[in-house]
Each structure stands twice: as C-alpha cells, then as structure tokens.
Design a protein around this ligand. Sequence first.
Ligand code: CA
Ligand code: CA
Ligand code: CA
Ligand code: CA
Length: 450
Amino acid sequence: MRKKIMILISILTISLFGGCAIDGSVEKMMKPPKLSISQEEVKNILKDILEPDAELKMPMNGENTSAIQFVNLDEDKEEEILVFYILENDSMPLRTLILDKKEKWNIIDGIKGIGNDFDIVKFGDITGDGTLEAIIGYKGEGFFADKGLSVYDYKDGEVKEIFNNFYSAFASGDLDEDRIDELVLLKSDREEGKAKAELYKYNKSQIRKIDETKMEAYTNYGHIVVGKATENKVGVFVDEGVGAHSCKTELLIMENGKLKNVFWDDEKEFSDKTFRAYFTESQDVDNDGIIEIALLRAPIASGDGSMAGTPWITTWHNWDGNKELIYKSQSFFDYSLGFYFDFPEKWGVNIAIDGSDPNLYKEEQWIRFNYYDEENEEKHPLLTIEAINNNKWEEKQKEYEDKNLNYFKLGNKADKIYIGILEENTENSTVSEMILDIEEVKANFNIIDK
Ligand SMILES: [Ca+2]
Ligand SMILES: [Ca+2]
Ligand SMILES: [Ca+2]
Ligand SMILES: [Ca+2]
C-alpha cells in the first residue's frame, strides 16, 4: 500500500482535506492527542499515506466519535494513532489504519469492514492480558439492519481480528468484576418477533458465547450505559423505544456466570415496570456512582391530560437487586427553557406545574411549581423559574422591584438569564413548609448543557 501511496501524494491534499468534508475540518474529526505529536504532524502523515479517494469517517455513535483517535493498544506505554476512513468504491470500504511510532512511523493496515459507516468504536480489555482491544461496529443501510462487529488485537506490530459477529446494539464492560471485559450483543429479529442478549467472554484463547437471555421484541435500542446497578453489581442499562414515542429500560446483569434480564417476566414475555410515555436516558443523576432509571409521571392536576400537554415529572429509580425498582428522587426537565430542577424531598407528590405556552414567542418563559391542596382544589405557588432574554432583563428587574418580589439570579445560558422567584411564607402551614430558601433553589437548579 505504501508504494501506491507515494505516487498519489500530490492528489491527496485535495481529496483528503478538501474532499473529506463529511463534517468539516480534520481538527473537528480528531480528538486532541495526548502523545507528543501535533495535529499538524498527523495531518502530514495522513497526506502521505491515504489513498486519493479516502475520506475520513467519524464513528456515528458512542463516546469515541473522532475519525482520528489516540489510544495505546499494545504493551509499550505509547499511544497509537487510529485513523477511520472510507474507500467508497471498495468492496471492503470501511478502513482503519494503526499508526505506531517506533524508530519511524509504522503503518499497520488490514482492518477492513463492510458497510457505509462506523457505528461504534470502543476499546476494552476482552482478552484479560492488560492491553486494550479495539471493538469496531460496522453499519450498513437500513435502520433495523444487523450490524457487524469485530474485535481486533494489536500486538508486536500486527493486528489480528480475534472475533466477529452481528448485532443490533452492543455493550462491553466488566460485568462480573473479574477485571476482564465481557461483550453483550443485543440481537433484535423483527421478522421473527424476537430479541435476545448474548453474553460473550474470553475463554481458552477465544471469545465465546457463554449465555443468552430473552429481551423484549420490536424495540429500538436508543441508549445503552454500562455502570453500577447496585453497590456491588455492574449492569447494562438498555433504554429502548417502544411504539411511537414510549420507552422502557431493560437491565442486564451477570449472576453466577449467567446473563440475566432482571425485570423480565417469563410468563408475559415482557415487563412494564420501566415503561414511560417518552424516551428518557438512564444515568447517575446524583453522582453517587449508581445508575438511575428515569420514569415519567404526570403531575397532580395537570393540564389538558394530553400526552404532549402534560408537564411530565421525571422520577429516578434504582434497581432493588431483585425484580423491583426503588424510588429515589424526582426532577422536572424543561428542554425548551433549557434547565432542570431537582425536587426537594419534602415536595412529595402534590406539586402542580404551570408554565408559559412553549409554542409562543420566547422572550420570556416561565415555569411555576405549586403546592396543590386536593381537599380545597387550590393551587399555592411555591417557586417560579423564569428564562428572560438578556435585553429584557433591566425592564423585568424593574417590574420585580415594583412588585416587591423575592427574586434572585440562578444562572445564564447563551442569551438567557434564569431567575427564581420565591413566594413569601403564608398562613397555611402546609404551604409554608413547602417553601424553599434561596440556597435550596440554587442547589437544585441545573442548566441543561446540550
Ligand atoms: Ca502503544
Ligand atoms: Ca487485551
Ligand atoms: Ca468481567
Ligand atoms: Ca446515582
């Protein structure tokens, strides 16, 4: 390959750095290197070695979405450079090069895949020898089409494919805490109306399937996170779309060397325990190291009762270690205003939510949390959060002063300023217990970065 490349250097500049515009510049496709090489140097190396019709390709999903990645795959302490690109007209179009600097740059090719895109690129020690393997997912056309997965081991200047299989979605991680990563392949067969998760583990110098478990059919795997499900059990949280916009989470764990879908009901062949009306992602919302599953509930006395008109409250749950969920806390997410608010425990379930019409002009928008007195069917405002355009701020501030409101600044994002307005204590003792102080509001208010 290098011979061919030498001849083509001159044409390359245009094709790789002009024509490669999958999504902007090389810098944008490259995670900054840790090793002692400049981005400029990487660019120059690539100019010299890639075919003229090569286009850099960023993996579509997962955490490693750069077309040029830096990772140490072998036993020295130095990072290799992995370059992901496509040769459109080749029968094995998806290519990965490893560039490994010894006395000079060694170029290791031979990683080839079929498809249109890199789905996911991950690194994990599947073989348990203390070095990382590259796990590359190849994606063809069609949303539900099977994808191809290969695991590559790079050692002594040679790359070997040590495993390949197909998948709809996959996860890797150390599920049984033996310091070796397992692979979990989710396989959804929509024609057969079946889905399963397969557990693969390295054993006797091969990656072998050691177990499988049923999963719910006809779902779309939307978000997968591997993390602690309890203090001493790691799990694969699979957040999946069901129907038009609903969502469920299946949680896979390893127990006595077997794979277990913890909420699965053998009789019903599904589970509704994690069902919610819209898609939400499992995450460690309170940073205690354990992943929470996000369900949704309609607040008391909420709106017109329509799905879209309901100001859904997110309720966070942990797995109980058996077959149930344990309620942990609740939050209100408002993506159009760009913030979320964690409810204090004392708010309980009697919080009604009002807000400005999200479809109207957005110079000022607000959300109000009220205590709802069921007996008297009365709403008592507790806290209002407003998002105000910076250029309206002075005007608004004057208005707050005139009305003698207890207002305070919560934060800024782009051209918006967030203001909290607290109600004063009232005669009603239940209501006044619910009212927060400014510090509590600030501690529970979060700007959504995305
Ligand atoms: Ca290395
Ligand atoms: Ca390894
Ligand atoms: Ca393991
Ligand atoms: Ca947590």
